[in-house]
Design a protein around this ligand. Structure first.
Ligand SMILES: [Fe+2]
Length: 151
């Protein structure tokens, strides 16, 4: 069965939704870790988060940039400045995630937890702007992929 433009956009919205949910989940896990510092840290969960953080972010960003953004540009070429800003934020988040991954791993391995305050600050500097980015994508970008009431 041929794929209609509506089907393509609906599938794009589903991919985008899955990416957004996966990143909101990362934010919650980063916040849980920050709230558990310094002495209530689930080190196993922290180690898993450190391992998944960058790979999940990169996977979501590549899907957004290679599948979703081209669909959005087909609908409205004026959106390119918004997409450039989102792409820039993706890169910042990936750079930050690399630093956080190393800091979490170091914290988990350390016998003394004197770096807790620094790690907490780094975690909050990751999940607060990431939630803002995701809320923008939900509220402003996602509607471009969905059919309007008049269609
Ligand atoms: Fe994004």
């Amino acid at each position: 069965m041929p794929r209609t433009p509506e089907t393509v956009y609906f599938e794009g919205a589903s991919v985008f939704d899955a990416c957004i949910l996966a990143q909101f989940d990362l934010c919650q896990r980063l916040e849980d870790l920050a709230d558990s510092l310094p002495f209530k840290v689930d080190t196993r969960a922290a180690a898993i988060l450190a391992k998944q953080l960058q790979s999940t972010l990169c996977r979501c960003h590549r899907l957004e940039e290679t599948i979703i953004f081209p669909l959005l540009l087909k609908k409205d070429t004026k959106i390119h400045t918004v997409l450039d800003r989102l792409r820039h934020e993706h890169q910042e988040d990936e750079d930050h995630a690399r630093d956080i991954q190393e800091s979490i791993q170091a914290f988990v391995m350390a016998a003394h937890k004197e770096d807790a305050e620094r790690l907490g600050y780094m975690l909050r500097c990751m999940f607060i702007p990431l939630r803002r980015h995701l809320a923008f994508e939900c509220d402003y970008v996602m509607p471009f992929l969905l059919p309007t009431a008049s269609q």
